[in-house]
Design a protein around this ligand. Structure first.
Ligand SMILES: [Zn+2]
Ligand SMILES: [Zn+2]
Length: 257
């Protein structure tokens, strides 16, 4: 199904401004990883089974370290003690920060979580660990085996369109089965709906009509993506379109019954 262009367009200028700041912050995160990554790689706690390191168990000191560096770039001065309080509130599910502050926190969380993703790759963790019981099979799940977050981004790769999940929280990647819904397990092709927009060629939202879950699929045979996190943010209008479509379907179903 094609979505109309006007509905999905983001104002170009605002996107540029946002992208510039994002890139600056991203560079600072990479700098931190270069300077402090080997220290924190050693210090990370590590579970015996998936998820090996849930985001909420990441070391507070590491989060604050990165967050403070990003605040400096954004010229925001705030004492460490205050950040620790905000991090605790965030973990408790209370969001009392402005959106810029939250996005810097989220980039900090990802910056630390990426070390966990890297550790998993280095150790050869296994998305296909033998310790898995069948119902936890990661090839049938969109839950990241490293950080436990629900991933919503998949990459279809050359040449046969194999599907790889990409976790935007910790950057871990794992292979999943090609067809069907990774959330409810439905393999009924008629229940899987694909939404796309000419504005984002090569990207489709696979929406499951059984459970209402959706997945963004990037076809790397059609588009080349360097930065998956940015790609996810840039194409958020597709997520909103999928939400809208699901809401309309629910309305129609209600009218029918
Ligand atoms: Zn992850
Ligand atoms: Zn489903």
């Amino acid at each position: 199904m094609e979505l109309s262009k006007s509905k999905t367009a983001i104002a170009g200028e605002a996107e540029n401004q946002f992208y510039k700041m994002y890139k600056l912050l991203q560079k600072e995160v990479e700098q931190w990883q270069q300077e402090r990554g080997s220290y924190w790689l050693e210090a990370l706690p590590w579970g015996k089974k998936p998820p090996y390191l849930p985001l909420m168990d990441l070391p507070e000191a590491a989060i604050i370290e990165v967050w403070q560096r990003l605040n400096l770039i954004a010229e925001v001065q705030i004492p460490d003690a205050e950040l620790r309080k905000l991090w605790k509130q965030f973990r408790d599910g209370q969001i009392v920060m402005n959106p810029e502050m939250i996005s810097r926190l989220q980039m900090s969380i990802s910056g630390v979580a990426q070390l966990a993703g890297k550790k998993a790759k280095m150790q050869g963790v296994p998305a296909l660990d033998r310790g898995y019981i069948a119902s936890d099979d990661p090839t049938a799940s969109s839950i990241c085996p490293v950080c436990g977050e629900a991933a919503t981004l998949a990459v279809l790769s050359q040449p046969h369109g194999h599907r790889t999940m990409y976790c935007t929280s910790c950057s871990f990647e794992w292979t999943v089965k090609r067809v069907g819904c990774l959330h409810c397990g439905s393999e009924d092709a008629k229940q899987q709906m694909y939404l796309k927009s000419e504005e984002f060629p090569g990207i489709e939202m696979a929406v499951c009509q059984v459970c209402g879950h959706y997945l963004k699929e990037i076809d790397s045979r059609m588009v080349s993506v360097q930065d998956y996190l940015w790609e996810e943010m840039r194409t958020l209008p597709l997520n909103f379109a999928a939400e809208r479509w699901l809401a309309e379907q629910a309305k129609k179903n209600n009218q029918m019954h």
